[in-house]
Design a protein. Structure first.
Ligand code: PLP
Length: 388
């Protein structure tokens, strides 16, 4: 049986390792080589080979696109130079300019949406996607695009994908889900009817905090063609080296996430029982308001969480002065554990009122759990919380 045939029915863990392996016809390299060339020769007059110019197509980029599309169950993926570049493709060609987005979506997404709105490319309607009545009201008028993000950042609110995707379709909108927080290892929005899945591959997919990248996964081959055209037109495609690094990273996505979320569950339970902590936001805790929904909709609870210190901002400052093992840094999804104060870091661009509406308090801290031994991570938090 050819590799293509036996991979068709293979499990995701097998496919993520095998796509692109042993495909080099020149030397039989097991790992697909990196193609750095910016241009490709024609075989003769009018005889273009598979590739001509690396902005429009590159063999290394095509392999990582195939892996991500396969993991998400899409027809194909358009690779981009960042997660925001992937999002920016979505509204280039909308028949209806009305775009519905979560009021607490990633801050960079909001900045981009607002800039495109100022240019007249789109109309933006921000809605609390956890508020059914508000969503139904926003989608009672026709829309071009509905963007969803679940779990939300930083409070890990989970929304019902199947229900909201159906609502979006009824309003005539195409539906895109930003799946960065869970990665395709734990959630596959296309299975619930999504038209597009967005990834900041910077996060779990690459997983080693050394590449900025993005992907737009499309359900139909027609959309893959459309958005590859736009990525080439705008020049938002990634270079070969970043594509190669991301391909190397994604091979271990499933095992990384499995370990990271196992550690996250233990850490969430530790924090939940700690006297200095007033609340823990992690869908894996039975006390989480959408625990049952997360259990049904996701393949796991993920490795992101946030928690509130009873001592507020002063306690946050003391804890961040002494905490070790966790780097005080933005981003997420890497092999290394991170701690963030959303109020002054990731969500600093939001006004104090907007932060309060979104539930981001001064005492809130967010964790991205890495691959260190969980007992060491718990010990590090325990040491830090002594000064809280
Ligand atoms: N979407 C989410 C949920 C994110 O967290 C981020 C970045 O933090 C982005 C999109 C943007 O991705 P990038 O930084 O790769 O442009």
């Amino acid at each position: 049986m050819s590799r293509k045939d036996y991979l068709k029915d293979a499990k995701p863990g097998t496919k993520v390792i095998n796509i692109g392996i042993d495909t080099d016809r020149a030397h039989g390299a097991v790992m697909p080589p990196i193609y750095l060339s910016s241009n490709y020769s024609f075989a003769g007059f009018g005889q273009k080979r598979g590739y001509d110019y690396a902005r429009s197509g590159n063999p290394t980029r095509d392999i990582i696109a195939d892996v991500i599309a396969d993991l998400e169950g899409g027809a194909g993926a358009v690779m981009t130079a960042s997660g925001l570049a992937a999002l920016d493709l979505l509204w280039q060609d909308l028949p209806n300019k009305r775009v519905i987005v979560p009021h607490d979506c990633y801050g960079g997404t909001q900045r981009l949406l607002n800039a495109r709105r100022r240019q007249g490319l789109i109309e933006v309607v921000y809605v609390d996607q956890g508020d059914d009545a508000a969503m139904e009201s926003a989608l009672s008028q026709p829309a071009g695009l509905l963007l969803l993000e679940t779990p939300s950042n930083p409070l890990m609110r989970v929304i019902d994908l199947e229900k909201l995707i159906a609502l979006g379709h009824a309003a005539g909108a195409k539906v895109a889900v930003d799946n960065t927080f869970l990665s395709p290892a734990l959630q596959n929005p296309i299975a619930f009817g999504a038209d597009f899945v967005i990834h900041s591959t910077t996060k779990y997919i690459n997983g080693h905090s050394d590449v900025i990248g993005g992907a737009l996964v499309c359900t139909t081959a027609e959309d893959v063609t459309t958005y590859r055209w736009w990525a080439n037109c705008l020049g938002s495609t990634p270079g070969a080296f970043d594509s190669y690094m991301t391909l190397r990273g994604v091979r271990t996505l499933l095992v990384r996430v499995k370990q990271q979320q196992e550690s996250a569950q233990a850490i969430a339970e530790f924090l939940d029982a700690h006297p200095a902590v007033s609340r823990v936001f992690y869908p894996g805790l039975p006390s989480h308001p959408q625990h049952a929904l997360a259990k049904r909709q996701q393949k796991g609870f993920g490795a992101m969480m946030s928690f509130e210190l009873s001592g507020g901002l002063e306690a946050v400052k003391r804890v961040l002065e002494v905490v070790d093992l966790f780097s005080l840094a933005e981003s997420l999804g890497g092999v290394e554990s991170l701690i963030v104060h959303p109020g002054s870091m990731t969500h600093a661009a939001m006004s104090p009122e907007a932060q309060a509406t979104a539930g981001i308090t001064e005492g809130l801290l967010r964790l991205s759990i890495g691959l260190e031994d969980p007992t060491d991570l718990i010990a590090a938090l325990d040491r830090a919380l002594q000064v809280a």
